[in-house]
Design a protein around this ligand. Structure first.
Ligand SMILES: [Zn+2]
Length: 144
């Protein structure tokens, strides 16, 4: 996987990180940044997030195949693993059981209104694309 140092922001494969004897656990080794020696990193593994017609948002390595009933998942954003969930949690609505939902989609009636609600939310989220605070998360909106 690709990692990014939380201190100096050096980005490289995790295999480039240097094993050093742990100060905290004798006999163990720790991985450290090859540039600055920092021990904590961001997981830069690329992931995508998608939503279903119900408005439910899910995150994974790749977009799932269409459901047996023909309903397909729609990609909503992509970005590094460490940032994706936190970004979505800040922008999405929280369901009763902690699920992430696209605002306006669960209660919209009909495909057309669901699509409109999704597009409006994506366009709103896409305003953060490319900004430093987005942590590399890019939303699929902004085309309208
Ligand atoms: Zn570093």
């Amino acid at each position: 996987m690709t990692v990014k140092c939380t201190r100096c922001r050096h980005q490289c494969p995790s295999s480039d990180w240097v094993n050093i004897p742990s100060k905290r656990f004798s006999g163990c080794t720790e991985k450290t940044c090859p540039k600055c020696g920092c021990r904590s990193y961001f997981d830069m593994t690329p992931q995508v997030a998608w939503c279903w017609a119900s408005g439910l948002i899910e995150i994974g390595d790749q977009l799932p195949a269409d459901a047996p009933d023909g309903g397909g998942a729609i990609e909503i954003c992509a970005g590094p693993k460490f940032a994706l969930k936190g970004t979505l949690a800040a922008l999405a609505r929280r369901g009763y059981e902690g699920q992430l939902l696209v605002p306006g989609v669960p209660e919209a009636s009909g495909q057309r209104k669901k699509a409109d609600a999704l597009a409006a939310w994506l366009n709103w989220c896409a305003k953060g694309n490319g900004k430093k605070s987005s942590d590399g998360v890019v939303f699929s909106g902004g085309h309208a």
